[in-house]
Structures are given as structure tokens and as C-alpha cells.
Design a protein around this ligand. Structure first.
Ligand SMILES: [Fe+2]
Length: 360
């Protein structure tokens, strides 16, 4: 079996005598690399086989140790390499300057080899623990996000099962919203609204838009003929029920955690049937409607037109585009935010592909 690889230590030191002592002290346990100038130390650190730790002399010809350390800390590839300063300067302020530059430890010259060894060992152990902790946090966070996404998605499907017996509507509308937001993110009017994190939260909340339908009786949800005014009033309530569910989640949360996810979830449940011209369920108009609701409104209308429903047959994609841009008496272009409608026209082929790939 191969012997385990020795950790690489870079000794950045220009005094030959010190270099020899350090090599002698360290070579049994570590693979020692030597740089006799600050510039050379940086070259090695940024190279193919960077060191696991750097012993860095403060006084070197050319670039001094503090400057080398600062440059290492500024670069993502090298900022985590532990640096131990070595210096004949032993004033307190020298030590402070070293620590401020990003060094983790400071050894005064002349040094005792056994002490150097112990300090190196300590720093490598600490680094190992840090890395392990970071890995653990990353894994757990990822797990948590995946679980959270799955649960949210599941809740959305639950509501959907009551209605059209498929989770595909949820996946499609989520994809449509995603495509629209990405198309709009570079427009000045929407600048800064859809950075990657916001987009993720929006995607997470989208499946919940109809969750309030769990509160609507089956005979209304599944009624094949047209609804009476009273029945339609009941259907409208799903936006209020949905928001109420999210508000209850919010109030049950410990402490005052402000969650952007819950904010989006509230917006999208309550406003996804609003119209830009104020003719929607709650009469919100224009910019009064949060952008999450405006995006979902268009996605939802496209999906309703493109899909078979208990009360209607599915339309072809071309016909849906025509209805949304010209109107058919029921759907009108004025009900959409004009920029979002334009974004839809720019990417309508992607909508067609999503509808095809995620059929019921
Ligand atoms: Fe809805």
C-alpha cells in the first residue's frame, strides 16, 4: 500500500541557514518546498501543487512577507492556506501587523525547531477541523434545501390533486415563471429583482400558488358547466385561503424570522389572479400587484388555455399566443403587465417546448 501523501509546507525564507534547519526539522513529516523571495512564494502558492501551509519570513528581498500574505488572502484559491509568520522583529506591533495581514500565528527568530513543528501541527489540525465543519454545513444545507423544495412541491401537488389530478400544472407554471423572470432580469425596469437567490425563492414559492384550493368544495372545483356568481365567488376565495395558510406558517415560526420565501408565497397565493388593468379577483392594479403575482398570472393563463380542463378543450400553442395578444372576449392582453407579455412573446417557443415536455 502507498504511504499517505505528506502535507506540503512552503518555507518562504531567504536566510540559507534557517532554510536548512527548517528542512531538517520538517522533511520527515512534510513535503517541504522552498521560496527565497516573496514573488517566488506567490508563484508556488498559485501553482499546480499549492502548499497546505506556509511558513513566511517577514523580511525578504523584494516583496515582504506581509504583502505576500495580503495577496494570498485576496485570492479565493489561496485565501484558506494557513500562514505562520517568522521574524526576527519581535515588537508587539510587528506581531500585530502579521496577524492583521491574515497570518494565523507568529514565530520569533531565533526559533526552536520543536516549537515550529508543534505550531505547524496545530495549524494543520485546526484547518482540518475547519474544512470538515464547512463540508458538514454544506452537506446539511443542501439536504435541507432539497427537503424543503420537495415538501413545498408536495404541498402544491396536494392542492392540485383536488383539481385537475396532476402535478404537471405546477411544474409547468413553475418553469414558465422561471423563463419569464430570466428574460426580464436584464431590463432596466426589472433590474435587481431577479438575482439568483430571489429567482430560487420565486421558484420555490410558485408551486404553492393554488394551495388554497384545498378549501374549495369538489363540486365547484370540478364542475364541468359554467359557474354561478356565488360559485365563482367561492372559487375566488382560494387566493385568500392560500395566503392565510402562509400567514399561519409565518406566525408559527419561532422568533421574528423574516423569510423572503414566505413573502413570495403570500404574494403569489393572493395575487396570481390579479389583472394589470385592475379587473382581477381583488381589484389590484398595475404596480400594486407584486411582480411574482404578475408573472404567475401570465403563466397560469397560458397553462389554462394550453391544457384540457373540465370545462374546455386544449388549444394549440399558436392559438394560445393569438388569444393572449389579441384577446378572445374572455382573456384580454390588457390583463397582463405589458413588459411581461412582451417577454412572453420573446420566449414563447420555450413555453411551447415546456408544455410539450411536461404534458399531463
Ligand atoms: Fe389559482
Amino acid at each position: 500500500m502507498d504511504a499517505p501523501r505528506k502535507p506540503r509546507i512552503l518555507v518562504a525564507e531567504d536566510t540559507p541557514e534557517h532554510v536548512h534547519i527548517l528542512i531538517d526539522t520538517l522533511r520527515h513529516e512534510y513535503a517541504v518546498m522552498v521560496a527565497i523571495s516573496g514573488e517566488r512564494a506567490l508563484e508556488i502558492a498559485f501553482g499546480q501543487s499549492p502548499p497546505e501551509l506556509i511558513l513566511l519570513d517577514v523580511m525578504m528581498p523584494g516583496m515582504n512577507g506581509y504583502e505576500v500574505c495580503r495577496r494570498l488572502k485576496q485570492n479565493a484559491a489561496t485565501c484558506d492556506i494557513p500562514v505562520i509568520f517568522m521574524s526576527a522583529l519581535s515588537e508587539e506591533q510587528d506581531e500585530r501587523q502579521g496577524l492583521e495581514a491574515g497570518g494565523l500565528d507568529y514565530i520569533s527568530k531565533p526559533f526552536r525547531p520543536v516549537l515550529v513543528k508543534a505550531r505547524i501541527h496545530n495549524q494543520l489540525e485546526l484547518k482540518r477541523h475547519r474544512d470538515h465543519l464547512e463540508d458538514m454545513v454544506r452537506d446539511r444545507t443542501r439536504e435541507l434545501i432539497l427537503t424543503q423544495d420537495a415538501v413545498i412541491y408536495g404541498l402544491g401537488i396536494l392542492a392540485e390533486y383536488r383539481d385537475i389530478e396532476t402535478g404537471m400544472h405546477i411544474r409547468r407554471t413553475q418553469s414558465y415563471v422561471n423563463v419569464l423572470a430570466k428574460q426580464l432580469r436584464d431590463r432596466p425596469r426589472f433590474a435587481g429583482l431577479f438575482d439568483d437567490e430571489t429567482l430560487h425563492l420565486l421558484m420555490q414559492s410558485a408551486p404553492l400558488h393554488d394551495i388554497g384550493k384545498v378549501g374549495i368544495p369538489d363540486h365547484i372545483l370540478r364542475k364541468p358547466s359554467s359557474l354561478t356568481t356565488e360559485e365563482f365567488d367561492q372559487i375566488k376565495l382560494h387566493t385568500m385561503y392560500g395566503r392565510a395558510v402562509v400567514e399561519r406558517i409565518e406566525s408559527s415560526m419561532l422568533e421574528n424570522v423574516s423569510s423572503s420565501f414566505l413573502r413570495f408565497a403570500k404574494e403569489v397565493t393572493y395575487t396570481h389572479h390579479e389583472s394589470w388593468d385592475g379587473t382581477g379577483y381583488h381589484g389590484l392594479k398595475g404596480e400594486q400587484i407584486p411582480v411574482s403575482g404578475r408573472l404567475m398570472a401570465l403563466a397560469d393563463v397560458y397553462d389554462a388555455l394550453k391544457s384540457k380542463r373540465v370545462y374546455k378543450e386544449a388549444f394549440e400553442h399558436e392559438q394560445v399566443v393569438k388569444i393572449m395578444t389579441e384577446g378572445d372576449g374572455r382573456t384580454r392582453p390588457e390583463q397582463f403587465d405589458p413588459d411581461i407579455l412582451q417577454a412572453f412573446l420573446d420566449v414563447h417557443e420555450t413555453f411551447r417546448a415546456i408544455a410539450h415536455n411536461l404534458q399531463d
